[in-house]
Design a protein around this ligand. Structure first.
Ligand SMILES: [Zn+2]
Length: 296
């Protein structure tokens, strides 16, 4: 890999298989402790791969997980990786009110910081749920001491997305101070933004789609942000009931994902948000103003 290659970011959303939004209608949060957790061994598979490739990543950890598995959090930190916050309860932000969001985020941030012994400055929303209905969350993140967020998907999707939002990192002012957004990666095809390189898109869509999509992003000179969940590299995970569409999406190609993830990492220069230096490249963009007026 050439030192001149643009820096890309690899991120891991650390949660268990029963935390996924796809099963939120059949898995009650009050019963999370009744499920057999697999997050430790699954996260260790990712840690081993990253160590073998000598790559640092950003791990956005669910507060619920950090509280129960402090050793795992310390292993992540000891590996030179960055710790970020993935909320405490994995609830969609637009279903919360600002007070609930503040309380959940503050709780998770404190647990992760105290366990890891390092400051947590980055946030990844559960199910990318920073949308038109929850833009206010970015102000609360700034107020709580976060300097960046990586939760906005500039696409149309039934659960998330802000179509038309910038595709490159941008910096903007919130009432509480400056915030940098690292949007989830998309490439342009026939006038549309198409998601590429992370989670279900990496796992379910053909390898050729990922390869072509990521090449197009690099050709544009944009940084890539890829992401993965520990449960995505666990073909043996217990099967949960749920909607057929959820099960299809969640269980497809689990046995191939680790290898797919590895080949993506080997084809680019990946690191954590912290070490990427990308925050310094973010362009100023009046995001609140744009969001308010984009619909005329
Ligand atoms: Zn998640």
């Amino acid at each position: 890999m050439s030192e001149k290659m643009p820096r890309n970011v690899v991120s891991v959303d650390v949660e268990d298989y029963f935390h996924a939004e796809a099963f939120s209608d059949v898995v009650d949060r009050a019963r999370w402790d009744c499920y057999t957790s697999r997050v430790e061994p699954n996260t260790r598979r990712l840690l081993d791969l990253l160590a073998a490739l000598n790559v640092h990543a950003t791990f956005f950890v669910l507060g619920w997980v950090a509280e129960r598995f402090p050793t795992l959090v310390r292993e992540i930190a000891a590996g030179g990786h960055e710790l970020g916050c993935h909320s405490y309860w994995h609830r969609l932000i637009y279903n919360l009110d600002p007070a609930e969001f503040r309380e959940d985020t503050q709780r998770a941030k404190s647990i992760i910081e105290q366990t890891a012994g390092q400051p947590v400055t980055g946030y990844r929303a559960p199910t990318y749920s920073v949308t038109d209905r929850s833009i206010w969350a970015l102000d609360i993140l700034t107020e709580l001491g976060f300097t960046y967020d990586s939760s906005i998907f500039p696409i149309y999707h039934d659960r998330y997305g802000i179509p038309g939002a910038p595709r490159a990192p941008f910096r903007f002012q919130t009432p509480s101070g400056p915030m940098t957004e690292f949007p989830m990666t998309t490439f342009r095809l026939a006038g549309h933004n198409l998601p590429v390189g992370g989670g279900g898109y990496l796992r379910v869509l053909p390898r050729l789609y990922t390869r072509v999509g990521l090449k197009r992003v690099q050709k544009e000179g944009l940084p890539i942000v890829i992401y993965i969940h520990p449960w995505e590299v666990d073909p043996e995970q217990p099967r949960l009931p749920g909607r057929l569409s959820s099960r299809l999406r969640h269980y497809t190609n689990l046995s191939q994902t680790l290898e797919r993830f590895q080949s993506v990492l080997q084809e680019g220069n990946y690191t954590s948000f912290r070490e990427s230096g990308l925050a310094d490249t973010a362009k100023d963009f009046d995001f609140y103003e744009w969001n308010q007026h984009k619909n005329g």
